[in-house]
Design a protein around this ligand. Structure first.
Ligand code: HAM
Length: 436
């Protein structure tokens, strides 16, 4: 057979050798711990779904990034680019029998054919936390707290990260008060969504052309977006009753965030719109304060998705947080634990004829739940110790001929070098538990 080089990895995909996988596990375990602290239960769904699940509800941006194809049965399918439509489908089938509110979380691997850039790959792991069946801002506050607590659990406090929160209801009221006709609202949203990327002149032009605003209305919106907090909205558009109502709700939301201990993390910012089509209320994104990375997390309220899927009409709110940006940020801030290979025990056989005893003792210790290595072929004692050190063994059990004759072995701590004698008989009887 002729040798050929292995096909290379697809662009935007990652291998996870143990050190990388350990970091990924560190992140996922942190997410799981925090979700459970807030009473959320884990669920999952298939990674391959009917194409239709996304073409109907996700929004053009994600649909353009789908990995879609026909399966061998001729069905149009897609690798999941996000979890929310799968969640909506599951709940459509089951929500009626579930106590409300439903608190579910998930850690799926997702696939998007994205243009490659820092923080964006074609595959990522995304923590999804969703609360279904509550319509009040208390639910938004609860869900955003989970996201922020998740980040704080990795050592990212309010000096490092901030949540930029907006509200599509308020934005629609403000745009409507400025003169955007109802049938141009979606177009106006997409102009606002790009306001931080486009120049002022470009935004003004787009507001006039795409959102049908008069020059004066466009100017009011532009100046508001220059100072996008709640006070400015109140000052400029507070005369509209609908705006005033919504402002009261949003102030209550901020108050609850403060009761939950996250006031220093949260800023209201009308420029946050989010690309996904299904959001209907509060939306948010979390960023590093220095502005060096892309969004770490994004979410919002989507009260119509279940209804539109033909299920029980339930209000819902949730977020997704990816492992890519978060991993980069944690690495940059020195917040990732160092990966060290470690096993509980390495058994050194001073003579080759002691290897069968080493294997028996390893077997008993493994039955007792410990991770144990021993040389797989005859090795010098020096090499065995080198191997024990390389494998990160915390203890070494030394089987020397003189000790074995007396029915004992030496157990040495690799940390401080302290040695104790253990009885081989007791070890074999207790599964090594008696040996330390
Ligand atoms: P999303 O904003 O599309 O929201 O994604 C959420 C987060 O996933 C982003 O902030 C980012 O950290 C990460 N992410 C997204 N795309 C990529 C990529 N190509 N590479 C690396 N990381 C990425 C959603 O997906 C919504 N379904 C979230 C949600 C759940 N809304 C309600 N519930």
């Amino acid at each position: 057979m002729t040798k050929s080089s292995a096909p290379s990895r697809l662009p935007g995909f990652r291998d996870f050798p143990p050190a990388e996988l350990a970091l990924r596990s560190h992140i996922i375990e942190g997410w799981r711990r925090v979700a459970r602290r807030y009473g959320f239960e884990e669920y999952d769904a298939p990674p391959l779904e009917p194409l239709e699940l996304y073409t109907q509800k996700s929004g053009d941006e994600i649909v353009a990034q789908l990995y879609d194809f026909q399966d061998k049965g001729g069905r149009p399918v897609a690798l999941r680019p996000e979890m929310t439509p799968s969640l909506a489908r599951i709940l459509c089938e089951r929500s009626r029998s579930l106590p409300k509110p439903i608190r579910w979380f998930s850690v799926p691997q997702l696939f998007r054919y994205e243009r490659q850039q820092r923080g964006r790959l074609r595959e990522h792991i995304q923590w999804n936390v969703d609360l279904v069946g509550e319509s009040g801002v208390e639910a938004e506050a609860e869900v955003l707290s989970v996201a922020l607590d998740g980040l704080r659990s990795f050592g990212l406090d309010h000096t490092e990260i901030r949540a930029r929160v907006s509200d599509r209801v308020l934005l629609a009221e403000v745009l409507s008060a400025a003169g955007v006709p109802a049938d141009r609202m979606v177009a106006a949203f997409s102009v606002i969504d790009k306001v931080e990327r486009d120049s002022g002149a470009r935004t003004r032009e787009r507001l006039e052309v795409e959102a049908s605003l008069e020059a004066e209305g466009a100017e009011r919106i532009l100046s508001l977006l220059g100072e996008p907090g709640l006070d400015a909205v109140e000052r400029t558009f507070g005369g509209s009753l609908a705006v005033a109502d919504r402002l009261r709700e949003l102030r209550r939301f901020l108050e609850i965030m403060s009761e939950l201990g996250f006031e220093d993390f949260v800023e209201f910012d009308l420029r946050i719109v989010r690309g996904l089509a299904y959001y209907t209320g509060i939306v948010f994104e979390v960023f590093d304060r220095r502005g060096e990375f892309r969004a770490i997390c994004g979410g919002g309220r989507y009260d119509q998705l279940l209804d539109r899927f033909g299920g029980e009409p339930l209000p819902a709110i949730g977020f997704g947080m990816g492992d890519v940006v978060l991993g980069e940020l944690l690495r940059d801030r020195g917040l990732l634990p160092e990966h060290r290979r470690s096993v509980d025990l390495y058994i050194v056989a001073v003579r080759d004829e002691l290897l069968p005893l080493a294997r028996r003792m390893a077997r008993r210790a493994r039955e007792g739940g410990r991770s144990v290595l021993y040389p797989l072929r005859p090795l010098s004692v020096k090499k065995q110790f080198a191997q024990a050190a390389a494998e990160g063994a915390r203890q070494v059990l030394i089987l020397g001929p003189d000790e074995v004759v007396r029915g004992v072995a030496k157990l040495r701590s690799m940390e401080d070098g302290v040695e104790t004698e253990v009885s081989i008989e007791a070890w074999e009887a207790t599964g090594g538990g008696g040996g330390g």
